[in-house]
Design a protein around this ligand. Structure first.
Ligand SMILES: Cc1cc2nc3c(=O)[nH]c(=O)nc-3n(C[C@H](O)[C@H](O)[C@H](O)COP(=O)(O)OP(=O)(O)OC[C@H]3O[C@@H](n4cnc5c(N)ncnc54)[C@H](O)[C@@H]3O)c2cc1C
Length: 381
């Protein structure tokens, strides 16, 4: 009997894992992939929605396109995970697994930052990006703050991208001179593992008159006085606030007893949890890589190779190396890229590739290749 494989979450990690296993094992595979949503959205598409470059419908990739040998997709909400028994309960039934992979990503805790829901905005959900898209046309003068409220947070370059794209957006509307843009980040440099990338971003902020506020978090907003309160109790007045909300594991993961310090610990080489037969990949873990789709994919590739090795009685793969790259929108249609390496036992390092139109085309190809690999969709998005 082949093992029953249950994959929780059809994001970067779950989709990559299911695709690799299906390609390698075909009809021998017995894999159920569960997600509560009806479609997948690339994280970076939220920036496109916020600045009106794409509609929310255009950036959704419906799960109904999944048609892979050995893979059954179920649109259900997971309500309980028992990692000891490898039993999962959803709003539609119960599943028992031989191999369980938790790839449920990170949720947001909007209530954790006082005033954020009432007086601010966020662009880390499609709904939040859509609300900002509707608010932005009325913003023609005043102070905008892009502010991080907590660590860790997804895609560490995303706040910098938001500030640079906001500059472009306001400039195109002819109101940039009447607006101020500040970026509040908890790091000393925009992309700490790569001084070169950080330098390029700091230069871009200088050129565009974006005020960089390093080593600070936004602790609260006071919507009545329209001030953001930072973690050193200093205050910054704002007219429009773009928040990066506090991240946390989904409730069902928190209730499963799998977390320590808020995230799911795993063996960084194998991605195994402390429960036999239970793996975790991506944003839901505390593996030590940034919370970004490319790292979820990398971890999923390692788990896939381990499962294939067991089923094919082959050699176990070498461990996860925590290597990945991120595209960074600099504005004016140009995209830079940083290649980073974590988990090597040395401090993380990064290599920067300067912003160009060629990298913008490569980023498009990145999305297109995933649409093809995961959903069998070819052609432009
Ligand atoms: C603005 C922004 C820009 C970004 N840009 C980039 C970028 O350029 N490059 C990059 O690599 N990453 C980027 N990211 C980060 C990237 O989107 C995430 O890191 C990535 O999606 C994580 O993959 P994952 O598989 O761990 O989780 P996810 O992709 O979040 O998938 C988790 C899945 O679990 C499902 N789920 C959760 N709870 C339940 C439940 N109870 N029942 C059923 N299903 C459930 C969710 O519906 C979701 O589909 C960006 C993120 C944001 C917000």
């Amino acid at each position: 009997m082949e093992p029953r494989i249950l994959v929780l979450g059809a994001g970067f990690g779950g989709l990559e894992l299911s695709s690799i296993l299906s390609d390698a094992l075909g009809e021998r595979l017995d894999l159920t992939l569960i997600d509560q949503s009806d479609s997948f959205v690339f994280g970076y598409s939220k920036l496109d929605v916020m600045f009106g470059r794409e509609t929310p419908d255009a950036v959704r990739v419906p799960y109904r396109h999944i048609a892979k040998p050995g893979v059954t997709f179920r649109r259900e909400t997971i309500t309980a995970i028992d990692p000891e028994a490898r039993r999962v309960t959803t709003d539609a039934g119960t599943y028992d697994a031989d191999v369980l992979v938790v790839a449920l990503g990170a949720d947001y805790d909007m209530g954790a930052t006082p005033g954020l829901s009432e007086g601010g905005n966020e662009f880390y959900t499609v709904a939040g990006a859509e609300r900002l898209r509707d608010v932005l046309p009325a913003f023609s003068s005043g102070r905008a703050i892009v502010g991080v409220t907590s660590t860790p947070f997804k895609c560490p370059p995303a706040p910098s991208e938001a500030a640079l794209l906001l500059h472009d957006y306001l400039k195109t509307r002819g109101v940039r001179d009447a607006c101020e843009i500040s970026l509040v980040m908890p790091f000393g440099a925009p992309v700490p593992p790569s001084p070169e990338t950080s330098q390029a971003l700091l230069e871009a902020f200088r050129e565009r008159n974006v005020t960089w506020v390093p080593n600070r978090l936004v602790r609260a907003l006071d919507p009545g006085r329209r001030v953001a309160i930072l973690d050193d109790d200093s205050e910054m007045p704002y007219d429009l606030f773009f928040g990066i909300p506090k991240h946390r594991v989904p409730d069902v993961v928190a209730a499963s007893g799998m977390t320590e310090g808020g995230w799911v610990p795993v063996n960084p080489l194998t991605l195994e949890t402390r429960f036999p037969g239970v793996y975790a990949v991506g944003d839901v873990t505390s593996v030590g890589t940034p919370k970004a789709g490319v790292f979820s994919e990398g971890a999923a590739r390692v788990v896939a190779a381990e499962i294939i090795a067991v089923m094919e009685k082959g050699e176990q793969p070498s461990g996860y190396d925590g290597r990945g790259f991120c595209y960074i929108e600099f504005g004016a249609g140009r995209v830079g890229s940083v290649e980073v390496q974590f988990l090597s036992g040395q401090p993380p390092t990064g290599r920067y590739y300067g912003a160009s139109l060629a990298l913008a085309a490569e980023k498009k190809e990145f999305g297109a290749s995933r649409r093809a690999r995961w959903f069998g969709l070819n052609g432009p998005s």
